[in-house]
Ligand binder design. Structure first.
Ligand code: NAD
Length: 416
């Protein structure tokens, strides 16, 4: 049978397995299989040369039983409604597994940000909010950054929303710059959460990570911070990293800070002195203690899974492993930290940002780190406990914990 790469079909398949393990009734399962609300908008945007371009964009509010929809906005040329639906479903399970009072949502704009000037990005960001403002708000739906969207883009979006409603509403969007009500510690939160979960998993499985190698696919926000914190907190050393243009490898070790500076200056990793070029495919197959897929979906498939040689795979990206590949990794004894648990640090600090905005009172960085560590450690412990009690893998255990919580909220509301 052909392997499915449609992320929404994969999300539905993963939910299906959880629904049968939990013995969910048919109505609850069907409710959780679909977004409760999805919006398609068409955005005319003036380009710098005076022409008008039309952009297609989406917002999916998947499930709001546990609280307002929450999820990033991705700008990508290959964005589709099914990708946004899958990401919104995973957000629903993510907020539930870390037990924060939010639902799941996601947004997407079909565009190539690399071809847009800063002023064109600003007009596109504002157009997106004008089209969707009525469906947004701290009590409805709160967006955040995702692939190729930044704190600056969040700042323009917040400003547009506040201009429309005529009041201050910093909590309408998270991942803002700190100067505009963003939280300390949001920048590295996704990676930091993943590192805390990796630490807990290593302890639970008696794996000593000190001095071990790590490889990072996708050297962006999540990937760069994973490399920095992997070194700082876990004592790992970076041997390979890649981005959309290819990667670099040095089995003797790569200095992360110098590599980040090189990418900032040149816009790529290729050509980094003292390292050899490596393809994204080969990077995944390096022998490492921890592999961080931190780019896009479906990069570990049944084709390359037999050649993956890490001890722990910390899924910072959403949906990097197909269900068929998952089975193969489990047979090989690889500890896979599932995406919606491993990368939940971002939404957790986004939630902290909303709380601080609501109180108009801001926390020190140490307080953010301490609270994040507590949330991630507790979430991992409940998933590990479920995995051991039910003799299932961590991904399935994370699904059981999260889906049971969302199903309970739907029942308590009298929806099913
Ligand atoms: P980003 O835009 O900062 O970085 C993405 C990186 O991936 C870039 O370096 C890009 O060059 C690289 N990339 C793109 N296509 C690639 C390819 N085909 N092969 C290899 N590299 C490729 O995005 P980010 O915020 O770091 O997000 C990365 C992943 O983490 C996504 O799956 C996102 O959904 C997930 N995630 C991010 C956050 C967050 O808070 N930033 C939270 C949860 C999950």
């Amino acid at each position: 049978m052909e392997e499915s790469f449609n992320p929404f079909k994969i999300a539905q398949q993963q939910l299906g397995e959880a629904a049968s393990a939990l013995g969910l009734d048919a109505a609850t399962h069907e409710l959780l299989r679909w977004p409760m609300h999805e919006i398609k908008v068409t955005l005319p945007v003036r380009m710098d040369d005076g022409s008008t371009r039309i952009f297609h964009a989406f917002r999916v509010q998947y499930n709001t039983a546990r609280g307002p929809a929450k999820g990033g906005i991705r700008w990508h040329p290959q964005e589709t409604i099914d990708t946004v639906r899958a990401l919104a479903a995973w957000m629903t399970w993510k907020t539930a597994v870390v037990d924060i009072p939010l639902g799941g949502g996601k947004g997407g704009v079909v565009c190539n940000p690399k071809e847009l000037s800063e002023t064109e990005k600003e007009r596109l960001a504002r157009a997106y909010i004008r089209a969707l403002a009525r469906s947004m708000g701290g009590a409805r739906d709160v967006p955040a950054p995702d692939v190729y969207t930044t704190p600056q883009i969040m700042a323009w979006m917040m400003d547009e929303y506040e201009t429309i409603v005529g009041e201050s509403h910093p909590g309408v969007i998270t991942g803002k710059p700190v100067a505009l009500g963003g939280s300390q510690g949001r920048g590295d939160a996704t990676a930091r959460g993943g590192i805390y979960v990796t630490r807990e998993a290593a302890t639970a499985h008696n794996v000593d990570l000190t001095g071990g190698a790590m490889a990072v696919m996708g050297f962006g926000n999540a990937g760069q911070h994973a490399a920095l914190l992997g070194e700082e907190i876990l004592g790992l050393r970076l041997i390979a990293a890649s981005d959309s243009k290819g990667g670099v490898l040095n089995p003797g070790g790569i200095d992360t800070k110098t590599l980040i500076e090189f990418k900032r200056k040149t816009g790529m990793l290729r050509g980094f002195p003292g390292a050899e070029p490596i393809s994204n495919e080969d990077l995944l197959e390096q022998e490492v203690a921890v592999l961080f897929p931190a780019a896009l979906e479906n990069v570990i498939t049944r084709e390359n899974a037999p050649r993956i040689r890490c001890r722990i795979c910390c899924e910072l990206a959403n949906g990097p492993t197909t269900p068929e590949a998952d089975v193969i990794l489990a047979e090989k004894g690889i500890i896979v930290l599932p995406d919606f648990l491993a990368n939940a640090g971002g939404v957790t600090v986004s939630y902290f940002e909303q709380v601080q905005n609501a109180y108009n009172l801001y926390w020190e960085l140490q307080e953010v780190h301490w609270r994040l560590d507590k949330k991630m450690t507790r979430a991992f412990a409940s998933v590990l406990e479920m995995s051991r009690r039910s003799r299932i893998g961590l991904r399935q255990a994370a699904y059981l914990v999260a889906v049971a919580r969302v199903a309970e909220a739907c029942k308590l509301r009298g929806w099913v």
